[in-house]
Ligand binder design. Structure first.
Ligand code: ARG
Length: 760
């Protein structure tokens, strides 16, 4: 009986409506998603979401600095994003005397907004399917290298044309393992100023302890403003004559709050998923790459932390670096645990076995895809031999700051060594290093880095194959008794690259001799050069055959599951995901609610643990229940964070969470621990997006931050309940996991909600 019902249901469901999986290309929303979105509560037309000729939602979002997402919330170019996205900028304006990280900051007037070197916002102008043009001339029997070259040539030509002589930022990216190609054209706004941020004790409340976890009580937001010239046109960087940018579209902000089952969509720039990674790739990750990264980051973080605890200056210098290394340190741990718990590799293997059978069943498929699975295995067997060397190069050698900085000198060094080099080119190469050098020294502490150098390089020496190590490893063995910390003492006593004045003097009059005499440079160049010469070519050869095999594999998987509409892996291009507000069952007997409130801040508050400090004023306001119009009507509490089923990943941070009417409900800022394998496989039961509730954001700005002028700039709306299928409908199943009392409560609430909906 049960079986029959589910079979019937499966037949009735349209292919695209599967769960809430998918980071969709907005240009296809009408064709692939719109009907399904309407069923789930969307009230907007497809054109109101994506339209290249008229203002649509896509005009209200942008990619911030290439690594996060931000959205316009006023006609004056005001942007909201996460605190952890603004972190680097907030840190750069902080000093022990005026510590914006610690105290928070709201510019009282636009004139006091703070400029940021190198921060920009890219807003999509248009996107286009270029598959036919990129593949023009690609023949079935073509040699892989010729194919790659032709594809790259077409990509470059199309990109160059779309840039229109520097007017736009453009690129053509490959999708589905190189089976499809799309062009993206962006307008880049180079004057983005910091407007406000809560203190770190709110913006990063819970710190690394709570990171990647629910329940969450983090006010993870910050505010920026885009400036443009008098004609509303972008400028390359800060210009005092600029005025606030007037976006084509900005998001109204909703005070209605969220209920389970409400429709929710997220626009943003997800960075990278690997949902088509074969089992052999997952295995290499789990066996080798992740454990090495975890160990190396653990080592680096402990040394950094010791320094940061010494004084405020060092704490500020290392704050942003620490946060980003710690973020993925915990990610690798969670993902490794999740892969084991959820049997991710076994599931992939089973799918590959089905694929192999499907291919073998038909000679045509055999001819088309037959080589894919064996070639993948061969390529990964090859890559496995060199994998640790490249992980250690990235995480250990380049994990100490001086080596990463020294490697940047290599292009200049090569010119200095070349008797035929044009002196103007040498000067330019040196000048190009001034900016990076200034940025490096601003946040650098040589004593700390010396300890990191010794510790990480020791691990490098111990854990990579000896026959893949550069000559310096033998030198350290023979002359320093194998002790990299002794070698570090020598390097740091001699190098000029740890001193800003000496480095600037060098850049004023660069010579090859100076670099040849510098042990930090010689060591860095030796290790990096050896890798490039002896290891990289071998990896590249395996990668090339893997590239071809992957392309066929992805095509095969899509053929095998022909009724499933696949969304492409994330690749830092603009995407739309949609789903609903929804609770989840974390593990046996553990049911999480979908909303947290300020009560949880009081529960977690701990004056003796930095991550759980709460500003005194916030404590007082919460205790006095001074929530104003930001109160959650269902609970009577101050709402803080909520969950949705949206499919997102890193890069989506700061993304707007939008209801069915196009109003802002909150900002996406994290994923949950139970679904850390989400970048590898989507699990509908477990995967959730953690969002900061916009009502908490507004409360923090207005009540706590004393910056009501910034809220006044927004269009705050209260349009009644959000559209959505509601918790009682068959579309959500969480009620089944609640206990009978809760189920009853839920039903009554839904009853009320349905009635209200009818009125509206
Ligand atoms: N896990 C979040 C993300 O990747 C970042 C959270 C930053 N907070 C922190 N405690 N490191 O989007």
């Amino acid at each position: 009986m049960l079986k029959k019902i589910s079979l019937l249901l499966a037949l009735l469901l349209p292919a695209a409506a599967r769960a809430d999986e998918g980071m969709w290309l907005p240009m296809f929303v009408k064709r692939l998603n719109h009907a399904d979105m309407q069923k789930k509560g969307l009230k907007l037309t497809a054109e109101e979401i994506y339209d290249v000729n008229h203002a649509s939602l896509k005009d209200a979002v942008g990619q911030l600095g290439g690594f996060c997402t931000a959205e316009f919330v006023s006609s004056q170019g005001l942007l909201l994003t996460n605190h952890h996205c603004g972190y680097g900028a907030i840190q750069s304006h902080s000093t022990p005397q005026d510590d914006l990280l610690k105290n928070g900051f709201y510019a009282p007037t636009p004139a006091q907004e703070l400029k940021n070197e190198d921060l920009f916002l890219d807003v999509l102008v248009r996107m286009e399917d270029m598959t036919a043009k990129v593949m023009d001339g690609v023949m079935p029997g073509m040699a892989e290298a010729d194919r790659t070259a032709l594809v790259a040539k077409h990509q470059k030509e199309l990109t160059d044309a779309a840039k229109e002589n520097g007017k736009y930022v453009a690129y053509v990216r490959d999708f589905f393992g190189g089976n499809e190609f799309y062009l993206f054209v962006y307008q880049r706004y180079g004057d983005v100023r910091l407007v406000g941020a809560p203190p770190e004790s709110i913006g990063k409340f819970g710190g690394d302890t709570d990171n990647w976890m629910w329940p969450r009580h983090t006010g993870d937001f910050s505010m920026f403003r885009v400036y443009a010239d008098k004609n509303n046109e972008p400028t390359k960087g800060y210009d005092a004559a600029n005025v606030p940018f007037r976006p084509k579209k900005f998001l109204p902000v909703s005070l209605n709050g969220v209920n389970e089952g409400d429709f929710a969509m997220i626009f943003g720039f997800p960075g990278r998923t690997q949902r088509f990674l074969p089992a052999a790739g997952l295995q290499l990750m789990l066996d080798q790459s992740h454990p090495a990264r975890i160990k190396l980051r653990d080592t680096r973080l402990k040394i950094w932390k010791e320094s940061m605890d010494q004084n405020a200056g060092l704490r500020i210098k290392y704050a942003s670096k620490y946060a980003s290394i710690a973020n993925y340190w915990k990610y690798f741990i969670g993902q490794s645990e999740g892969m084991k718990r959820l049997k991710t590799i076994e599931t992939k293997q089973a799918e590959e076995a089905r694929l192999a059978k499907w291919i073998a069943a038909d000679p045509k498929r055999q001819a088309e895809y037959g080589e894919a699975l064996p070639a993948i295995q061969t390529a990964y067997d090859g890559l496995r031999q060199y994998n640790l060397s490249s992980v250690y190069l990235a995480e250990a050698a380049l994990g100490n700051e001086i080596t990463a900085f020294a490697v940047r000198m290599v292009p200049l060094y090569k010119l200095l060594k070349d008797p035929k080099a044009d002196p103007a080119a040498v000067k330019k190469a040196a000048d190009d290093l001034r900016g990076p050098a200034a940025a490096f020294f601003k946040d650098y502490d040589a004593n700390t880095d010396k300890k990191v150098y010794g510790a990480l390089m020791q691990l490098y020496a111990q854990n990579t194959p000896k026959d893949q190590q550069a000559a310096v490893f033998r030198t350290v063995d023979s002359q320093y008794g194998g002790s990299w910390s002794k070698y570090a003492d020598y390097v740091f006593s001699k190098t000029f690259l740890a001193s800003q004045t000496q480095t600037e003097a060098f850049l004023n009059a660069p010579t090859a001799a100076a670099l040849d005499a510098d042990p930090a440079f010689v060591t860095a160049n030796g290790i990096y050069g050896d890798y490039q010469q002896n290891i990289l070519p071998k990896q590249t050869a395996f990668q090339a055959s893997l590239g071809r095999a992957n392309r066929l594999y992805v095509a095969g998987i899509r053929g095998l599951n022909a009724t499933k509409v696949y969304s492409p892996d994330a690749n830092s291009t603009i995407r739309l995901s949609y789903g609903a507000v929804k609770a989840y069952a974390g593990r046996d007997a553990v049911q999480y609610d979908y909303l947290t409130t300020a009560q949880g801040i009081l529960e977690k508050e701990d004056a003796s643990v930095a991550e759980f400090n709460v500003p005194a004023k916030e404590l007082a306001l919460i205790k006095a229940k001074d929530f104003g119009r930001y109160v959650d009507k269902r609970t009577g509490q101050l709402p803080v964070a909520f969950l949705t089923t949206n499919d997102i990943t890193g890069g989506n941070s700061g993304s707007p969470v939008i209801n069915g009417r196009g109003e802002l409900l909150g900002l996406a800022f994290d994923g949950n621990w139970e679904a850390m394998t989400g970048d590898l496989v989507y699990d509908a039961g477990l995967k959730r997006t953690i969002c900061v509730d916009i009502r908490y954001v507004l409360w923090c700005i207005d009540k706590l931050g004393g910056a009501p002028q910034l809220v006044a700039e927004m269009q705050v709306v209260s349009n009644g309940p959000n559209p959505g299928v509601g918790a009682g409908s068959k579309a959500t199943s969480s009620a089944e996991t609640l206990n009978p009392g809760d189920k009853m409560k839920l039903r009554t609430e839904q009853g009320g909600k349905v009635k209200m909906k009818k009125k509206a």
